[in-house]
Design a protein around this ligand. Sequence first.
Ligand code: FAD
Length: 328
Amino acid sequence: MDDVLILGDMKEGSLDTRTLELVGVGRRLAKERGGDLCVLILGDAPGGGAAEAASYGPAKVYSVAHPLLKGFQPEFWLKALEQVCAQVKPGVFLMSHSYKGMELGPRLACRLGARLTTDCIDLAVDPQDGLLLRTKPVSGGNAISVFKCPGEPQMATVRGKVFEPAAAGEAKGEIVEIAVELDASMARVASLEVVKEEVVALDKADVVVAGGAGLGEEDGFEALEDLRKALSKSFGNVMIGCSRVAVDKGWISSDHQVGLTGTMISPDIYVAVGISGAIQHLVGMVHSKKIIAINTDAGCNMFKVADYGVVEDFEKIIPALVEKLEEL
Ligand SMILES: Cc1cc2nc3c(=O)[nH]c(=O)nc-3n(C[C@H](O)[C@H](O)[C@H](O)COP(=O)(O)OP(=O)(O)OC[C@H]3O[C@@H](n4cnc5c(N)ncnc54)[C@H](O)[C@@H]3O)c2cc1C
């Protein structure tokens, strides 16, 4: 009951970095609770993932194989997780705050009668009672709260990139196979197509044109794309970046995010459009060689770190800038 179980995930045949981050924090929590760290790998053929997870030195890797666990169909994964929890009775159960964790976490917590805290950025064990101290941003990221809930398992989903990924250890964990009973009639999805996502390597860019909440809507990124294309004629690798608010609003995918929980970059030129300059954003781009800020608020933080600034509505300045660049 003191054990910490983490849900592992695979990406292109290897353990996802987020799983390694969970292994890192899970190991610390298990030590603080006086229990063991265990990793759970589900799939139609989880053997390779289980062996890789074992090389990171958890006490046990639970390997759950079933043909219906191929791909990700939440109904089957949930049923399997429920059965695994009934057997291994983890004291703490952690998942990544990924699309899988966001789908499975609340539904599993409900089925287990447990209390889940989502999107945690820090975790610790209360030495008084062994309960999990779950730290997460609240009020739109303007405050940080620490939650403590009774009951077992103690459940949390964990934000990516806030914990260091674990390094492979010398000790190998024991692989324990667990059988689950799944029924194809539980399927709610008729067909599943996996679309390969575009991976944006922002840290390789020479120039980053980044947009934030000041763009007002998703279409604002079209103006940024015009600027990106115009700059591409004079500079090598020009990419689109963004603030976290733009990601949270669903305007752009998270691999474009710059900052503490995004990518840390230092391009030759960083153009910040409608980005206020919150500290969590600044840490990710303040080492850019030249920073250009476009913002309607002359008092915003971004101007404090910018080499050049334009106090203007981006909708006016960007087309003018593109026109000038086209003339070069
Ligand atoms: C633990 C934690 C981690 C975080 N990690 C990150 C991270 O990695 N990256 C990140 O970016 N944030 C991160 N955040 C969020 C961060 O605190 C800020 O909320 C976020 O950076 C603000 O985004 P923004 O500048 O786009 O939005 P806002 O702060 O709302 O700023 C919008 C700006 O647009 C300007 N504006 C408005 N209209 C126009 C216009 N027409 N033309 C030009 N300018 C205009 C406004 O003057 C304002 O300055 C994190 C927060 C927490 C708590």
